[in-house]
Design a protein around this ligand. Structure first.
Ligand SMILES: Cc1ncc(COP(=O)(O)O)c(C=O)c1O
Length: 458
C-alpha cells in the first residue's frame, strides 16, 4: 500500500534554520542617499536581535528552545502524498504536499511569527504592529503575540477586511487589534484615501501604515514586524523544507519538481531554499515559484532597486518590482497582491536557480476545487495558485509518460475564504490579467531610480 502521510517523529524537528545568505551573493539594501544602509538605521523599526539575523551570513542558525516549544503545537507538519488527486488527473507523477495549513491560524505564517514575537519579547519590546493581506499573517502574529504576552496591532488591506470578517474575529480572539487599511489613523493611510477614497488598499500601503504606527510610539516599546520579503522571514520558514527533506529521506525519495506560490516569497522560500542548497551543490532539481497573472512580479516586472512599501519608509531593496505605487487588481488571493518580491527569491530567479511561472485565477480555483473534492482539505486562495501549477506539471508528466516526483507547499487552508469559493461555484468569478498599459504606468516611477552600478553588473 502506498504511503499517504509521512510523519516525522517529534524529536526529529529541525533544531536549526538554513540561511541562504551563506550561499548567494546579494546586493545590499540602500538608504535614501543611494548608499548601503547600516543595520543601525533599522533599529527604530526592528529589534536588534532580528536585525542581526537579517544580515547574518552564518549558514545554520539555532532555533531557540522557547520557539521550538510553540512550533511543536503543530510541527513537524505532515508530508502528504495526494493519491486521490493523482488518480483524478490520471498522471504517472507522484504528487506530495507539505501541509502548512495545520497551524492554529491555518498557514505557514506562524513559522516566522513565533520567532519574531520571541525575539521582540527578549529584547524588551511590549507591542507589535504589522500589516496583513489575506488575514493569515495578521492572525499568525496575533497568535504568536498571545504566546509571548505582547500586544498586536494589525492593518488589514481593506478588500480582505471587507471580504473576510472572521479573520478580524480570529485576531481579536488571540487578543490582537485589527483595523482596515488605508485608514485615517496614519499619514500614509490619509494620503492613500485622499488619492482614492474607494481604494481596495494594497500590502504596500498597509506596510507604510504599520511602520508609521510603530515608530510613532516614542516609548521605544513598539516595533514593526513583516510577514514576508525580508531575509530573516525566509530563514525562519526554512523549517518547512528542512522537515520535507528528512521526510523524503524516510521514504527514500527526492523531488524532481518543487512548487510554491509567491506573494512576498516566504512560503516558497521555506520549502525551496533547503533544496536550492542542494541545487547549488550539484543536485538536479527544478524549482518553480508561481504567481498570479494579475500580479506578475517575477514573470513580467524588472529587477530594480525599489521600496517595499508605498510611502517609501523602507530602504530600497534589490528585487523584481511592479513599482511601489502599484495597486494590484482585486484578486481573491490577497496574500499574492504584492508589488515586490523577497530580495533572496529575486536574486535566485535572476541567477536562474529558480524558474518563475504564472497562472490564472480561474485555473487556480479549478485546481483548488479538484483538490478539495479529492484530498479533502480546502486550500487557501494563494495555495490554489501552487496547485494550478501542480496540475500543469502533472499533465505534462502524463503527456511525456514520466513518473516525476512533485512537491508543493500547501501554504494554508481556505476555511475563512469561502466567499471566494462561493463566487467560483456560482459562476461569478472572472480572470484578471494585468494589462500592459497598467504595468507601464506603474513602472514610470523607475525613471527616477537610476540603477546603481552594483545591480547593472549582476
Ligand atoms: C496561505 C498563504 N499562502 C501564501 C501567501 C503568500 O505569502 P508568501 O509569498 O510570503 O508566502 C500568503 C500571504 O498572506 C498566505 O496567507
Amino acid at each position: 500500500m502506498a504511503i499517504k502521510n509521512v510523519i516525522l517523529p517529534p524529536n526529529e524537528i529541525p533544531k536549526q534554520w538554513y540561511n541562504i545568505l551563506a550561499d548567494i551573493k546579494m546586493n545590499p539594501p540602500l538608504g535614501p542617499d543611494g548608499k548601503p544602509i547600516s543595520p543601525d538605521a533599522l533599529a527604530p523599526v526592528f529589534p536588534m536581535n532580528l536585525i542581526e539575523q537579517e544580515v547574518s551570513s552564518e549558514r545554520w542558525i539555532d532555533i531557540p528552545e522557547p520557539v521550538l516549544d510553540v512550533l511543536r503545537i503543530w510541527r513537524p507538519a505532515p508530508l502528504t502524498r495526494a493519491l486521490n488527486f493523482e488518480k483524478a488527473l490520471g498522471t504517472p507523477a507522484k504528487i506530495y504536499i507539505k501541509n502548512e495549513g495545520m497551524s492554529p491560524p491555518g498557514s505557514h505564517k506562524p513559522n516566522t511569527a513565533v520567532p519574531q514575537a520571541y525575539y521582540n519579547k527578549i529584547f524588551g519590546i511590549e507591542n507589535m504592529t504589522t500589516e496583513t493581506g489575506a488575514g493569515q499573517w495578521g492572525s499568525a502574529l496575533s497568535f504568536a503575540c498571545a504566546q509571548f504576552g505582547l500586544t498586536c496591532k494589525v492593518f488589514m488591506v481593506r478588500i480582505s477586511f471587507d471580504q473576510k470578517p472572521y479573520r478580524k474575529a480570529m485576531m481579536e480572539t488571540w487578543g490582537g487589534e485589527c483595523i482596515a487599511s488605508p485608514g485615517p489613523t496614519t499619514n500614509a493611510g490619509r494620503e492613500a484615501l485622499a488619492k482614492n477614497p474607494d481604494t481596495p488598499g494594497s500590502l504596500g500601503i498597509a506596510i507604510s501604515e504599520a511602520i508609521e504606527a510603530a515608530v510613532a510610539d516614542t516609548s521605544g516599546k513598539t516595533r514593526y514586524s513583516l510577514g514576508s520579503v525580508l531575509n530573516h522571514v525566509m530563514l525562519h520558514q526554512t523549517i518547512i523544507g528542512l522537515e520535507a527533506k528528512k521526510q523524503f529521506e524516510m521514504i527514500d525519495e527526492y523531488p524532481d519538481i518543487i512548487i510554491g506560490c509567491a506573494g512576498g516569497g516566504s512560503n516558497f522560500a521555506g520549502l525551496a531554499f533547503p533544496f536550492v542548497y542542494d541545487k547549488i551543490n550539484g543536485r538536479d532539481v527544478t524549482i518553480y515559484p508561481v504567481e498570479p497573472r494579475a500580479c506578475p512580479t517575477l514573470t513580467r516586472a524588472p529587477f530594480v532597486y525599489d521600496h517595499g512599501d508605498t510611502a517609501k519608509y523602507t530602504p530600497l531593496l534589490p528585487m523584481y518590482s511592479l513599482g511601489h505605487n502599484f495597486v494590484p487588481p482585486p484578486i481573491h488571493a490577497g496574500g499574492l497582491r504584492y508589488h515586490g518580491m523577497a530580495p533572496t527569491v529575486s536574486q535566485l530567479a535572476k541567477e536562474g536557480l529558480i524558474e518563475p511561472r504564472s497562472v490564472t485565477q480561474m485555473d487556480s480555483y479549478a485546481a483548488g476545487l479538484l483538490w478539495a473534492r479529492t484530498e479533502g482539505y480546502i486550500p487557501a486562495p494563494e495555495t490554489t495558485n501552487a496547485l494550478a501549477l501542480v496540475v500543469e506539471e502533472a499533465n505534462k508528466a502524463k503527456a511525456e509518460g514520466k513518473e516525476k516526483v512533485i512537491v508543493a507547499n500547501f501554504s494554508g487552508h481556505g476555511l475563512l475564504d469561502l466567499a471566494a469559493y462561493e463566487k467560483y461555484l456560482s459562476g461569478q468569478m472572472t480572470d484578471v490579467v494585468l494589462p500592459e498599459e497598467d504595468m507601464k504606468k506603474s513602472m514610470e516611477i523607475f525613471k527616477d531610480y537610476p540603477l546603481p552600478e552594483a545591480l547593472k553588473s549582476t
